[in-house]
Design a protein around this ligand. Structure first.
Ligand code: ADP
Length: 365
């Protein structure tokens, strides 16, 4: 960030120069969400923020607008168009109700002619902004490269390898224990076998994708029977983490088109995320509803809920927060899978509740 001192130097110098030159300051007020100027508008002056918050954004493609940065009280913006005598290169929008000091291009030029300190303060602020922009740009480039390097499906599979491997490790430990009863050993063997099947399936899926096929067949499946298997497969791992699954409204006894192997990932990811946020144990409440078009599912946990300000980013690949070993891929995978079924998935913020995710699955393909 530009040092507060440096921003304040320019803005306070500007204010004192205005006073000294007896130029009447123009104060403009904007409501939250109001556009201050648009990309392409004439660059008629600069703005200093007296209070509020302003976002500068620009189009990175024909339809995609990208937030470049935000400015708060004590900051200034809109100076570029004055310096290079051009139209606005970005759009400025008030993010909160804001009061701004507007100084026209002619006034700025006059003031700068009178005050070399003002020119230096502006240059200083500029050089710091430039440095900040460079490092931001490098970060964005690396991020874009990282995303393009990894195929959508390859990413999902790499992430999902973690879960079966941890079940296998747990089961292997259980069989290795001298005190393990024959029943426990048989159960662990079954778990290892199940998870090896899961891994084999994932690798086959990866192979299919690398061959160019992204078709994922949906087959008619009874949802109640399927969900009972999900519970059966996840119970032990969750019990180990002192997490219980409570089915508060039963899975509908209806046949619908599913790819159960892929849908498994959705439940496993949502359950594992919930468990990760309840390190001392807790409850996962699952509720289903059915209407003539779709099944609606809700998965709620008794953890701390979503950290303020992150819900919009939850499904963005690589977005992770509060998990030292998080990859940020789990939810974006869930979204791909649910959408490939023709459904939707979204988080629900409910005051006093933990994390809540909702998704739908259409009854007809
Ligand atoms: P990862 O779990 O690898 O971080 P995800 O895409 O599964 O990646 O999740 C992204 C982020 O969403 C998590 O890092 C976490 O901050 C947040 N999140 C997901 N599930 C929950 C939950 N049940 N409660 C609180 N936060 C959650």
């Amino acid at each position: 960030m530009i040092s507060a001192e440096c921003r304040a130097t320019f803005v306070s110098l500007l204010e004192s120069e205005l006073k000294q030159q007896q130029v009447e300051p123009v104060v403009r007020e904007y409501r939250a969400g109001e556009v201050i100027f648009e990309e392409g508008d004439p660059g008629d002056g600069l703005y200093a923020i007296l209070n509020g918050l302003v976002r500068i954004s620009a189009f990175v493609s024909q339809s995609n607008k990208h937030a470049l940065r935000e400015f708060a009280a004590g900051d200034f913006f809109g100076e570029m168009a004055i310096i290079n005598n051009a139209s606005r290169s970005a759009t400025a929008t008030a993010q909160q109700d804001s009061r701004l000091l507007f100084v026209s291009r002619d006034q700025v030029t006059d003031l700068m002619e009178q005050s070399p300190q003002l020119v230096f303060a502006l240059l200083h602020a500029f050089s710091l902004r430039m440095r900040e922009t460079n490092s931001h740009f490098v970060h964005e480039m690396l991020e874009a490269e990282r995303l393009s390097l990894m195929g959508r499906f390859a990413r999902s599979i790499v992430h999902d390898l973690k879960n079966p491997l941890s079940v296998i490790a747990l089961a292997a430990d259980a069989t290795a224990s001298e005190r393990a009863s024959p029943e426990l050993r048989a159960q662990a063997k079954k778990r290892i076998h199940q998870q090896v099947q899961r891994l084999t399936h994932m690798l086959n899926e990866l192979l299919r994708v690398s061959e160019g096929s992204t078709q994922h067949a949906l087959e008619p499946v009874n949802f109640a029977t399927y969900f009972a298997e999900v519970i059966d497969q996840t119970r032990d791992e969750l019990e180990n983490k002192k997490v219980v699954v409570e089915v508060q409204a039963a899975a509908p006894d209806i046949v619908l088109p599913l790819n159960t192997r892929r849908l498994d990932h959705v439940f496993f990811n949502l359950f594992n995320n919930a468990a990760d946020f309840m390190p001392d144990g807790g409850r996962i409440m699952v509720r289903f509803e059915q209407n003539p078009r779709e099944i609606y599912a809700e998965v709620e946990d008794t953890g701390p809920g979503f950290k303020p300000g992150i819900v919009d980013k939850l499904f963005t690949p690589f977005f992770t927060d509060g998990k030292p070993t998080g990859t940020g891929l789990g939810l974006s995978i869930c979204k791909n899978i649910v959408e490939d079924h023709g459904g939707r998935i979204w988080p629900k913020e409910v005051a006093g509740c933990g994390g809540v995710f909702c998704f739908t699955l259409p009854l007809k393909a």
